[in-house]
Design a protein around this ligand. Sequence first.
Ligand SMILES: NC(=O)c1ccc[n+]([C@@H]2O[C@H](COP(=O)([O-])OP(=O)(O)OC[C@H]3O[C@@H](n4cnc5c(N)ncnc54)[C@H](OP(=O)(O)O)[C@@H]3O)[C@@H](O)[C@H]2O)c1
Length: 276
Amino acid sequence: MSTSGAAKSNASFLDRYGAWAVIAGASEGLGAECATQIASRGVNCFLIARREELLARKSHELAEKYGIKTLYKAIDLEDANAANILDAETSALDVGLFVYNAGADPSGTKFLNYPIEKWRALVRRNVLTLMESTYLFAGRMSDKKKGGLLIIGSDAALGGGSRVCMYTATKGFGTNFAESLWAELKPLGVDVLNVIVGALDTPVFREALKVRNIPFENVSAANPVDVARLALENLSNGPDLIYWEHDKEGASQLAQSRRQHVIGVGETLQAFYGPE
Ligand SMILES: NC(=O)c1ccc[n+]([C@@H]2O[C@H](COP(=O)([O-])OP(=O)(O)OC[C@H]3O[C@@H](n4cnc5c(N)ncnc54)[C@H](OP(=O)(O)O)[C@@H]3O)[C@@H](O)[C@H]2O)c1
């Protein structure tokens, strides 16, 4: 793209998704990369994660490099009060983009082999805080008739399996939630995109390989730089961006068939329930 083309595209991104983006799970990996690419388009960034030092560093880097405003706050998204804290912290900001990235579970633990508190915390972060904070930002965006919600999911959403019981269950929630919201919020001017991705080269993924003595070279993992770029370019092409490093054509076909399914469900239920 020419310099003037890029400037025009950044201006329209800023107009649609500015002035502020809130990125939950922004201290490293895909969330940090999304923050970088959002900042490079001129949108101010509010970074959320648990590790304050990493947030402070990232925040400083983005402000220096892109001349945007940044804020950060250490919040544990497993905290029952997380969405209320987010609400209070962002009440004075014009938030046009909300990214929910936090969500991995590399434990590989069977359902009965973990104390219930661990699963409750996973549900809290991947389901309840996701739902509550989306309610908050989607409501504000629909009032302004613009904005975007980017939910990072996983291909674990597509089916269950031993050792990923609660992870697949919560990611299934995220996908169905995002797809339905895409249909409901599009007429209100708000974009929703759910990202379904396979293995992803993040510090959490690298650590999961390391503890199992699996060399990184033996696996195929998507690059967060590519996933973030595609996600931000396709915010208005929801409901799903499916990215499989090994099968791009299959991923694109599945995304199209899911979109048709979501549209079909909406049309059937509109006929059944009538106007709301
Ligand atoms: N890695 C993969 O192979 C893979 C594959 C498919 C999909 N995904 C999806 O990609 C997303 C990112 O995964 P990831 O591998 O980077 O691991 P992750 O554990 O989801 O970490 C991502 C970010 O979220 C933050 N975070 C995690 N738990 C948090 C909590 N309780 N409260 C606040 N912030 C929290 C982390 O920072 P702090 O630790 O500083 O809080 C980090 O900045 C997830 O939604 C995951 O499901 C990953």
